[in-house]
Write a protein that binds this ligand. Structure first.
Ligand SMILES: Cc1cc2nc3c(=O)[nH]c(=O)nc-3n(C[C@H](O)[C@H](O)[C@H](O)COP(=O)(O)OP(=O)(O)OC[C@H]3O[C@@H](n4cnc5c(N)ncnc54)[C@H](O)[C@@H]3O)c2cc1C
Length: 403
């Protein structure tokens, strides 16, 4: 490694919502911070970019940014679908807001930089030396850190460095998405199709310059996602041959049991913090990025950066708790045994709709939702269920026995 070393209290790898939140919060706590991203912003990131009410709360708390009509399309109009058939159309109890990650992530990163984070865009990390707490960049520069925060997304190189792999190929989700060139206005209809794929769903979100149409599901479930995407696009009125379809991994319930090691912390998708039922990850990314910065500050203040993970773990237990509950409840939404009941509730149950939007708005937790779900359903979701599709659960058990 070269001799010219820059030292920071915190180095953040990845400048998505988790990384920018970590950097912004670290600056608020008076720490010196460098934020590194291989991309130069504004950069494209595949995402429905429905920023939930919970996401807006995190964005306000961490970045001081309010929801606004310049950057978001607002609508409360929702349709629930079932394999192309519209089950119900209604007005949601809260505003739903849709944006583009190209814009959102750039704004968040600019906030972190304006707050004094040193900006390393267009730079990759070549090597991490845990013992020396240093890393070498593709530019040849060497950065020393007190605490390192890996906020480098679902394929996290930091997670690979720590654990040998960023995710389990059976449990990760995979999604296809496209921007259909249909500009939308406020109060345009959004739709979710709960049976266009197995163990996942499809979405058609209105945006100012397009409709974002996509579907995602657990990758380990045997189905031809590409063919399903083509079919879904046709059902949604888009020509699969005329649009550019891209694919990306999305964590769906397989968060890291230990999100880091010593002075290295993982936040956002790098740790697997995405709701396995709704696919929402933006709020968790900002929340856990900020928590990682808080943990770093506390460990550094105690003069013990290597204890950062011990400080971080209890701070993010509420996220793990939520994801565990969501994973159990998705059995109800996605398993074929309960599909009739789920379809019937989607169509007729005001309580379930209210619960879904309360959750997205950050007005309810999965604990609250579980209390509201009827005894009839709870009786059917046995505690012995794993939260994974049954064939995949069998495979995972066999894999576990071998490993
Ligand atoms: C198709 C799809 C649709 C989605 N829709 C929604 C939605 O509507 N609402 C919602 O809330 N969530 C949605 N999600 C989830 C959401 O996109 C993620 O949870 C969110 O992006 C997580 O943010 P993050 O900062 O952890 O990671 P990311 O946003 O992935 O940011 C990681 C950053 O790390 C950088 N990076 C990676 N490797 C390196 C490296 N070696 N060196 C330096 N930098 C690196 C990347 O360039 C990137 O900028 C969706 C996901 C997908 C795939």
């Amino acid at each position: 490694m070269s001799d010219a070393v820059k030292s920071y209290d915190v180095v953040v790898i990845g400048a998505g919502p988790a990384g920018s939140a970590a950097a912004r919060q670290a600056r608020r706590l008076g720490l010196s911070v460098a934020v590194i991203d291989k991309a130069v912003f504004p950069r494209v990131k595949l995402c429905g970019a429905l920023l939930s009410g919970r996401g807006h709360k995190a964005m306000k708390r961490v970045f001081g940014l309010e929801p606004d009509h310049e950057h978001f399309l607002y609508s409360r109009q929702v349709a629930f679908k079932w394999d192309g058939e519209e089950l119900v159309r209604f007005t949601a109890p809260y505003d739903l807001t849709y944006t583009y990650r190209l814009d959102l992530d750039h704004r968040l990163l600019n906030e972190a930089i304006a707050a004094g984070a040193d900006d390393f865009q267009g730079v990759r990390v070549q090597r991490i030396d845990d013992a020396a707490r240093r890393l070498e960049l593709s530019t040849g520069e060497v950065l020393a850190y007190g605490v390192l925060i890996g906020a480098d997304g679902a394929a996290s190189p930091v997670a690979r460095h720590l654990f040998g792999a960023a995710f389990d190929d059976d449990k990760i989700g995979f999604a296809f998405e496209t921007e259909a060139p249909v500009p939308c206005e406020d109060e345009a209809l959004m739709s979710i199709d709960f049976r266009i794929v197995h163990w996942g769903y499809g979405w058609n979100f209105p945006k100012k310059q397009s409709q974002t149409i996509g579907l995602g599901a657990i990758k380990g479930v045997d189905q031809d996602l590409k063919a399903r995407m083509a079919r879904y696009l046709k059902l949604e009125g888009a020509d699969p041959d005329a649009v550019k379809i891209k694919g990306a991994h999305i964590p769906l319930g397989d968060y890291k049991p230990v999100p880091g090691r010593g002075a290295i912390l993982l936040a956002g998708d790098a740790a697997g913090y995405v709701d396995p039922l709704t696919g929402e990850g933006l709020a968790y990314a900002m929340e856990t990025g900020a928590e990682a910065a808080e943990a770093a500050a506390e460990a550094l203040k105690a003069g013990a950066p290597e204890t950062a993970l011990d400080v971080y773990r209890p701070r993010i237990r509420y996220v793990e708790h939520e994801l565990d509950k969501a994973k159990r409840l998705r059995q109800y939404a996605f398993s074929s045994t309960l599909s009739g009941l789920f379809r019937e509730k989607l169509t007729h149950s005001q309580t379930m709709r209210q619960a879904f939007f309360d959750l997205l708005h950050g007005e309810a937790t999965y604990d609250d939702i579980e209390k509201r779900v009827s005894k009839e359903i709870l009786a059917k979701i046995s505690r012995t269920m794993t939260g994974w599709p049954s064939r995949l659960a069998g495979k995972l058990r066999r894999k576990g026995a071998r490993g």
